[in-house]
Ligand binder design. Structure first.
Ligand SMILES: [Zn+2]
Length: 706
């Protein structure tokens, strides 16, 4: 996949008129800090090297390095440097920090455009680049070691919350909390932790009460940074807030109450949403590595995710749109677990469409955007319930996704155009992923089909295929899904078909294992016989066989394209005159394809044997007739009948087990053979019919005459 940021910039104006979803973009320049043997420490000069890589050729100029509390002693940078796109520029610097945890900010111009990059040199930050396993539980603290003198156990607790739309109060989730002791020279850290899902924190630490020591002057510092996400301003600085100071605190339990930041509340909402999304994925076994968010990032007209720097950019105004933050975070998950490339959004259909939910793009763009459209929609649906118990959180809970079924209100006017291109249209991809997962199994209008959605699997299979097989298109995803979960093949085909996808490309094969099965069904008409056949279901690539065409002929011949029987595995012929025949069977699949191969079997129809029997003193020729269902022989529909034939000495000659029962006249024919298939001699026999359910029986006498 070529990364072509300049192409993106030129097509962007074309897209503004459309319903633009959050997209993905590269930046022309990447900056990274080279590993160093030491970490910066306060008051000491630090030497380091950073490396600038340009993804395209261009001129680098006007390098400038600065940082809060840093004095930059030396920057060994050229005035102008022409980057060829292959050799990175290495720049050495020396700088002295007052607060090493503050980042250095590098600004430069690349072909005249300003590029800002943050270099994080603190131990904690370098550590947070390593994928974390989990957010520490709320209240976990980093207490200073116990001193030699008497200690006081102090707990500071409170809540960090913000207003959404001036109506709902929402607790900020996962925000880092540091308890400080204010001092004239340096404020020292007393303890730290994170807010819980409702914004509460409770942090305990030990205070050394020595004779001439002061009591602590306590304030709380909040920062939009944890191992999951870092929300930053355009200058790449964390958002930070501080409470007032409680001076000379002598107690052990300090309640700081609820703190409402007076500015930048949107940063807390973005932060909270991404932490919630992270936990949703973590609950499903995916511990997503950390991501940076820049907000407000007013470049390019809307939200996007940069997979190279693993950074989400949110536009001014998008901070309250939960689904947009989750959409971009879904791209990040995809980048971390699946295979993620920067798509160009040019459609392959003559440039009619651009980047939007229900317009044609291309395989890759439709897959990657459809993925993020679906996952963000699913997370927002799921995340609505647990916190909606809290009436305060109704606003965050009421967010509903843009993902509707195309054809029931979600499609643009050009629906007829896009329905021919489901594989390159992100709305179709998202709607299919939703149909695989959601409990509803409806018939979608636009598919034009008659088979409704057939799966309700939830998310485990979808996530594991995206993770383990890393497909780059919806057809790749469906093929991998089928290979990994073959038990769902037919239902997956049907669900995809309901969303306008047709994966079935190959006609079914022929039925296999075709053979004559033993039969108790004999023809009443003398001189005719019926044969029963059985087979193994014909194989099909996707949709599955739904019926067969049968032809009984005198030579092998392809049956016609008319379904005679459904998806069964046996068939009894009508009564055929005795002679040699061929049984031909051809399979049909649910996508409407006929097999070109067919199965055949040569067989001989044998005539019935003759015998007479008496009933009510009258002689008959042909089948025995039993009257079932009367008071003498009540039957129920689930009853099964057993017929046994005995000779005059009472020896059991023949058994016909497991005959379905139904009320009325029941006609039965016997071929005059015993269970071993040997013709019995002429003479008197008795046929006894019994009910398996009640044990009732009746007997008729018959004379085999041949
Ligand atoms: Zn997107």
């Amino acid at each position: 996949m070529q990364r072509t940021p300049l192409v993106f910039l030129t097509i962007l104006p074309l897209l503004l008129a459309l319903d633009v979803q959050g997209d993905v973009r590269s930046e022309a320049v990447q900056v990274r800090l080279l590993p160093s043997a030491t970490y910066p420490t306060a008051g000491k000069a630090f030497r380091g090297t950073f490396e600038i890589s340009a993804l395209t050729s261009g001129e680098i100029s006007q390098l400038h390095l600065q940082g809060e509390g840093w004095s930059v002693d030396n920057l060994n940078a050229p005035d102008h440097y022409f980057a060829s796109g292959t050799v990175p520029l290495q720049v050495q610097f020396q700088a002295t920090p007052m607060f090493p945890e503050e980042p250095l900010i590098l600004t430069l111009r690349f072909d005249g455009q300003e590029v800002i990059s943050k270099l994080n040199l603190s131990k904690a930050s370098l550590h947070s680049r390593i994928p974390s396993t989990a957010l520490p539980p709320s209240g976990e603290t980093n207490s200073p070691p116990l001193g030699p003198t008497s200690t006081r156990h102090i707990t500071v607790h409170g809540r960090l919350a913000y207003q959404r739309n001036g109506v709902a109060t929402i607790g900020a989730y996962g925000v880092s909390v540091t308890i400080y002791d204010e001092d004239i020279t340096f404020d020292s850290v007393l303890g730290s932790g994170n807010t819980d899902s409702q914004g509460y924190y409770s942090i305990a630490f030990d205070w050394n009460d020595c004779l001439f020591c002061e009591n602590p002057d306590i304030y709380v510092h909040f920062e939009t940074d944890n191992s999951i996400v870092q929300v930053m301003s355009p200058l790449l600085l964390d958002y930070k807030w501080e409470t007032g100071t409680t001076s000379d605190f002598t107690g052990t339990n300090l309640d700081k109450g609820t703190f409402y930041p007076s500015s930048d509340q949107g940063a807390l909402h973005i932060f909270t949403n991404i932490v919630r999304a992270w936990h949703w994925l973590n609950d499903r076994g995916y511990t997503t590595p950390g991501v940076d968010v820049t907000w407000p990032s007013n470049v390019g007209g809307g939200a996007y995710y940069n997979p190279l720097t693993e950074t989400i950019h949110l536009y001014d105004g998008e901070e309250w749109d939960e689904i947009t933050a989750m959409h971009e975070f879904s791209h990040h998950w995809h980048n971390m677990f699946g295979t993620f490339s920067i798509p160009d959004y040019l459609d392959p259909h003559g440039g009619l469409f651009g980047h939007c939910m229900w317009c044609g793009e291309n395989d890759l763009a439709a897959w990657e955007e459809g993925w993020a459209d679906w996952l963000s929609d699913k997370m927002s649906r799921d995340l609505a319930s647990p916190t909606c118990d809290d009436a305060e959180n109704t606003a965050i809970c009421s967010s509903s996704g843009p993902l509707t079924q195309c054809g029931s209100g979600g499609c643009p006017d050009g629906a007829d155009n896009v329905k021919n291109y489901p594989y390159v249209t992100e709305g179709f991809v998202a709607a299919l992923l939703r149909d695989i997962e959601d409990p509803g199994n409806e018939l979608d209008v636009l598919s034009g089909g008659t088979l409704p959605d057939a799966l309700s699997l939830n998310t485990a299979q979808i996530l594991s295929v995206a993770d383990q097989d890393a497909p780059t298109s919806i057809s790749g995803f469906l093929s991998s899904f089928k290979a990994r979960f073959p038990q769902y093949t037919n239902a997956l085909w049907q669900t995809a078909r309901n969303n306008s996808f047709e994966m079935d490309a190959v006609p079914p094969g022929a039925a296999t294992q075709l053979h004559e099965s033993t039969s108790t069904l004999l023809c009443i008409s003398p001189g005719k016989g019926s044969t029963t056949f059985a087979w193994t279901r014909a194989a099909d690539d996707w949709s599955g066989v739904d019926g067969y065409s049968i032809l009984i002929s005198t030579a092998e011949q392809l049956p016609d394209a008319v379904i005679d029987i459904g998806d069964v595995q046996d068939y009894s012929t009508s009564c055929l005159s005795s002679g040699d025949y061929v049984f031909n069977i051809r399979a049909h699949d649910r996508s409407g394809k006929w097999s070109t191969e067919f199965a055949t079997l040569h067989f001989t129809a044998r005539s019935s044997f003759y015998y007479t029997y008496t009933r009510r003193r009258h002689h008959f020729r042909g089948g025995l007739v039993f009257s079932l269902g009367g008071p003498d022989f009540p039957i129920q529909s689930e009853d099964r009948l057993l017929i046994e034939v005995f000779d005059v000495s009472g020896r059991l000659c023949r058994t016909f087990p497991d005959i379905p029962a139904s009320p009325g006249e029941f006609t039965f024919e016997w071929d005059g053979m015993n269970d071993q298939g040997i013709k019995l001699p002429r003479g008197v026999y008795f046929a006894r019919l019994s009910s398996a359910l009640t044990g009732a029986h009746m007997t008729q006498r018959l004379v085999l005459v041949r």
